[in-house]
Design a protein around this ligand. Structure first.
Ligand code: ADP
Ligand code: MG
Length: 799
């Protein structure tokens, strides 16, 4: 076959030549030495052969063995060397943006290339790929979105799903879709990569697909539970005792020992048996659910002062601390700085998903031999990111998990106990370089009785509205059937409730099949709670985006106002100062705007003072600002915002009644009828004090609960006048009576316009709200028709 090469063959030949040249370059050779020390290296030919011979392959192995960085390269290099470079086009998904970017950069540098050549990445809001890119790392969300417009992944040769063991909704969902795609695309290869958990589960799911397990380098790790940590004082109780200068009657321990709470567990005088008992009791009665920063700092100090092992090359071993979230990491870093002082013999580094890629790479950088690296991380360091030289792990045992809050039907991050499987992964991080130690800030009892063996897959613990909406937007009408193909299918009840919610927010229509509306189509593209995405779209269409962005972000997070137990009244008064237009949300919005003005005009320090004076949380306001940006990006992507046309999207931003109506559009059907005191009966009822008080009270009624009560935390609690008869609320909770929280007065036309088919009876009987009966809009019968026309117009605009 000596004829001229076809174009594809020419490209493949060129790629092969380039690769061969690179393999011999000096930079690559030295990088190659590092790479060939990874356990994955020995499995190169096994991986390549298995992938060639099977449509689906599962690769598992200890964290750090080289799955993520090496396996895609093995496959790509083989494809190029075999002359199939032209058709090689691989996608590898990562659960988080931070790992997609980080891994892509690492792989590019291993190949001595710039990012965006052979290796690239695509995450929401940032893409670095070119026509030369053969391997791109993407977030799972990016691939899911691509599947919507390109359901058979045309031109993709390999899809690799990393960290499948995490069982996120996105990755479980992706697996359902891929199983279908594989039927249509016999040439497509799928590789699943996971930590050493549940390989069999994935293999079964794909008809007994072959699984390769790469053994990691693991050294033994010694465990210390809370009771041991408290008891550790016995290691040092032989140290010289020194007189406490302040109170000479008492002996205090040596200055080696950490001060504060840590030191209070020094019980060197107690007999051994009694001491053990005391320590165990102390441990048991500690509130382990609350992170004790002093204890963590004490444990670090203990390691620094007492552990003398060195790692290869005489370096100080690193300490890795697991915390539930970014906020806790920040506090932990501060506590450590306090405890260890500003010396140059340690470097404390945070690691979590909200860091910029530059900040993230700091944790990989080598430090001088005498410097001890202390990394404070979330569970991203559990399996997705490996830090070299870790010998000590301190595990808070806590994790942030998304949970459903039935009171307001919203998802929230809740701190809870990590699973035993997670803690095992965390512990494993200590044994990579040499035998290590794991300090657990919880008792053995907690481990055995409170921690679950494995985290429940996200698909089974979260509401499915957004997922069902995505399924619909892919053109799958039978959502139930589709999702029944998941590894762990969700319950029928959960699915029914999701479909009901989709109807309620008008993302799907009222037909039996439930077709996607124009609104629903766009909502599917916004990664937010349905009610939030509806508000955002309306905010854009009605030209009041800025305020709605702020409210939507606060609603997704929490109120920026703090309410310290001991200063309730002052905090309340501070919030009252911002009280705006009979709405808790608009008041919070005003506070954010105030803060934003100050940060812009006077800078960080002034804005912190502003927070202090006004009982505002700087951290929350900061998060609101970030989320606002994310929502803005999402809206820009689908053409509902354009930075260069900012004014257009805000021409009605001062129209408070419009804002309130849009708030209601999102929160519908959370609406209460306001009943003002009936002055006519004042005299008649003035028999007893109670009855009089009752008669003068403002009352609230809802359709579902009858009379409800405004929660005292609302700014409207003491309000005594309204301009409208309706109040939209965010959440409701039933204790002795039903309380509604976070109210906003809504103009009647807002109710009529956004009330939806469910509540507005266009036959002219009016609008039904509350047990109070019908609220009649008889004369508005014609308006009902008009409203429908306007709604149709709105749909057109959305289309
Ligand atoms: P796995 O996916 O099996 O957990 P990886 O492929 O992520 O393993 O990592 C393999 C090795 O490469 C690890 O030893 C890790 O420390 C190193 N590594 C990965 N990313 C980087 C990076 N950005 N900088 C330096 N080293 C890295
Ligand atoms: Mg990995």
């Amino acid at each position: 076959n000596n004829g001229p090469l076809k174009p594809n063959e020419q490209v493949s030949q060129k790629l092969k030549d380039e690769l061969e040249k690179m393999l011999n370059s000096s930079g690559y050779v030295s990088m190659g030495r590092v790479r060939s020390n990874l356990p994955a290296h020995a499995f190169k030919s096994t991986v390549v052969k298995t992938v060639l011979g099977s449509q689906v392959t599962i690769v598992s192995g200890e964290t750090g063995c080289g799955k993520t960085t090496q396996v895609p390269q093995f496959i790509m290099d083989e494809e190029i060397m075999q002359g199939r470079g032209a058709t090689c086009n691989m996608i590898c998904t990562q659960p988080r943006k931070i790992s997609a970017i980080g891994v892509a950069e690492r792989v590019a540098s291993e190949r001595c290339e710039k990012i965006g050549n052979t290796v690239g990445y695509a995450v929401r809001g940032e893409t670095k790929v070119s026509s030369d890119t053969k391997l791109q790392f993407v977030t799972t969300g990016v691939l899911l979105r691509r599947l919507q417009s390109d359901p058979t992944l045309d031109g993709i040769s390999h899809v690799m799903i990393d960290e499948v063991h995490e069982r996120s909704v996105d990755s479980d969902f992706l697996l359902i879709i891929l199983r279908e795609v594989l039927k249509k695309r016999k040439d497509l290869k799928v590789v699943l990569m996971s930590a050493t958990i549940n390989q069999a589960l994935f293999s079964n799911y794909f008809n007994g697909a072959p699984a390769i397990e790469i053994p990691g380098f693991t050294h033994p790790v010694e465990d210390f539970y809370l009771e041991d940590i408290l008891d550790m004082t016995s290691y040092v109780s032989h140290m010289p005792m020194v007189k406490n200068t302040k109170n000479s009657d008492e002996t205090s321990t040596s200055s080696h020992l950490p001060k504060g709470e840590w030191a209070q567990w020094q019980i060197p005088y107690l007999e051994k048996g009694y001491k053990e008992h005391t320590v165990r009791t102390l441990a048991r009665y500690r509130n382990q659910d609350k992170i004790d920063y002093e204890l963590i700092a004490g444990a670090v100090k203990y390691i620094v002062d007492n552990e003398t092992v060195k790692i290869e090359g005489g370096s100080e071993p690193a300490i890795l601390i697991f915390m539930p979230g970014a906020m806790e990491i920040k506090r932990c870093v501060e506590a450590l700085q306090d405890k260890l002082g500003g010396q140059s013999d340690h470097e404390i580094l945070p690691l979590h998903a909200n860091l910029s890629p530059q900040e993230q790479t700091r944790v990989f950088k080598a430090v001088p031999a005498h410097v001890r690296k202390i990394v404070v991380a979330t569970n991203v360091a559990e399996t997705s990111i490996t830090i070299e030289g870790v010998v000590y792990v301190i595990d808070s045992g806590r994790v942030k998990e998304t949970r459903f809050d039935a009171a307001n039907s919203m998802m929230h991050l809740v701190e809870t106990w990590a699973s035993r499987a997670s803690c095992k992964q965390r512990r494993g991080r200590a044994g990579r370089t040499r035998p290590g130690k794991c300090f657990k800030l919880f008792t053995r009892e907690t481990d055995e009785n409170k921690m679950s063996p494995q985290q429940v897959p996200e698909l089974l613990r979260t509401p499915l509205e957004q997922l069902c909406l995505t399924v619909k937007s892919m053109g799958e009408h039978d959502v139930r059937k589709f999702l029944s193909r998941a590894i762990d299918p969700p319950s029928v009840a959960a699915l029914d409730s999701a479909i009901r919610s989709l109807r309620q927010v008008e993302a799907i229509d009222l037909t039996e099949r439930g077709d996607l509306t124009a609104l629903g189509k766009h909502m599917a593209n916004i990664p937010a709670d349905l009610r939030i995405s509806k508000m955002l779209l309306f905010g854009s269409v009605f030209g009041c985006l800025d305020p709605i962005l702020t409210i939507a972000s606060i609603m997704s997070l929490k109120s920026p106002f703090t309410s310290p137990m001991e200063k309730r009244a002052e905090a309340r008064a501070a919030r009252e100062k911002f009280n705006f237009s009979k709405s808790d949300w608009l008041t919070d919005m005003k506070a954010y705007e105030g803060w934003y003005e100050i940060i812009k005009s006077k800078g960080m320090k002034a804005s912190r003072n502003f927070c202090e004076e006004n009982f505002l949380s700087f951290a929350t306001l900061n998060e609101v600002q970030n989320l606002r940006r994310q929502y803005t990006d999402a809206l820009s992507e689908i053409g509902f915002y354009n930075k260069s046309n900012h004014q257009h999207f805000n021409q009605n931003s001062e129209n408070v009644n419009l804002l309130k109506s849009i708030l209601f559009a999102g929160l519908n059907p959370n609406v209460a009828k306001i009943k003002l005191p009936d002055t006519k009966y004042d005299k008649v009822l003035s028999g007893t004090v109670e009855r009089e008080k009752e008669a003068r009270e403002i009352k609230y009624y809802t359709k579902a609960d009858g009379r409800v009560f405004l929660h005292p935390s609302s700014l409207l609690f003491n309000n005594n006048s309204y301009n409208s008869s309706f109040l939209t609320y965010f959440s409701r909770m039933t204790t002795s009576k039903t309380f509604i929280r976070d109210g906003t007065e809504v103009p009647s036309y807002g109710i009529l316009f956004f009330g939806g088919q469910i509540d507005v009876d266009h036959m002219g009987r009016g609008l039904k709200v509350g047990e109070d009966g019908w609220i009649r809009f008889r004369s508005w019968a014609r308006i009902g028709v008009l409203v429908n026309q306007l709604k149709r117009l709105l749909q057109l605009e959305l289309e």
